[in-house]
Design a protein around this ligand. Sequence first.
Ligand code: UN1
Length: 499
Amino acid sequence: MREAFANYINGHWVEPKTDNRHQRENPGNTDEIVCSFPDSGAQDVADAVEAAAEAFESWRFVPAPRRAEVLFRAAEIMAARKEDLARDVTTEMGKVLKEARGDVQEGIDMTYYVAGEGRRMWGQTTPSELPDKFNMSVRQPHGVVAAITPWNFPIAIPCWKLMPALVTGNTVVFKPSPFSPLSAHNLVGILEEAGLPPGVVNLVFGGNEAGAALVEDPRVVMVSFTGSLEVGREIGTYCGRNNKRVHLEMGGKNAILILDDADLELAVEGAVWSAFGTSGQRCTAASRMIVQSGIAPAFTDELVRRAQALRLGDGLDATTDMGPVVNMQALGKIGRYMEIGSDEGAAIACGGMRASGDGLDNGYFFQPTVFTNVRPAMRIAQDEIFGPVTDIIRCGDLEQAIAINNGVQYGLSSAIYTRDISKAFKAMERMTTGIVYINAGTIGAEVHLPFGGTRGTGNGHREAGQAALDSYSEWKTVYIDYSGRLQKAQIDRLEGDRG
Ligand code: UN1
């Protein structure tokens, strides 16, 4: 085991008051214990929130360009340590090293991008309807923000949340997933090194108990959560009842539409990457292929051939194409969907089982799986499985494909492969997800554009891009009257005016 981590509260690494600890194992080799970390309780959370609330009173008044300088320094450190950070990502959650580097790079990109906002963070100035009066709007921070993050992007997603929260002047209590404690420890260590004042970011390790205590603490005014629909709904309900700001990001059932006129080779490549990258454990993963009948046989054959050729193994090994899934629970859930799919009448064209042999027995490996004969209403075509599993759904034409694409409870990402520009634009207009790709797969979001989804994927907020600033700040509208007399908006009109 590498290390026993502590919480980080008010600028100190502190042992939890509970004395309970968890261990995180390497999902590719469960004999290897990566680290141990606190299972924090309500008192630990309360201490962290207290520190964040106190730090807010000074951090909010640090000029935004100065706040941004800390983030720039953090980005520099992350860039210098990219390789180590990436190896740690692979070790604790299993994705292959190439993808882990991408995860870290996404965190670096976001940190630089958001740091630039320290000197922008534009509001509006606009003329007043009255003379000798000046109008503007400025952003103000919420206060203490709770950031509750998943394990599948253990550097990128915390950066998506922490960095915009910090640059806009909030302070943060960060509770990472119990399945990616090492990256959270690394990231907070870097923020400390970059010179973030005590209390501005606090790290509390733990599970549901810590999460619930954090959401319910009255001093926490905003919650930003990425994770499952079930937990997100609960958080959203609680925040709604208690009038807390809340940002939710809860998954997808993303589809790639492949029309008869598509470039087959390109479409298959995009499909393999989107379905099996990160072992299908991305909110943006393509778990449905909606394929027009003419191209369906060739596309299916080629997808199955490529899926079968993927090499499973240790993500640190450069020859590995696909790593394990995150834990035993995930393996169990994916396995259950094999039965559900078969019972519904779908056929398993490849995969369908836990992978074994060749050094895989000690890890949570599942074979890349393609279901065929899938109808849009089946559970395997509706539920998020979050594993290396994708469906082939045949369709007649573009209209039908779009209807199938839109007919799920989620709305994160969708893609279309076609050479017909009219069809591409029609799909772009009519696919009702938050992200649309033309002639590319469903994954590959960049940090300077809004990220998020419609329907059950989210609650209308967006991460990344300028949109993130809207999630982490509120508008304050300011009117400055320098006329020296009482002026009445809407009532004082120029002489001779109508009304
Ligand atoms: C996620 O799966 O929650 O577009 C985030 C992508 C990545 C981000 C995924 N840039 O797949």
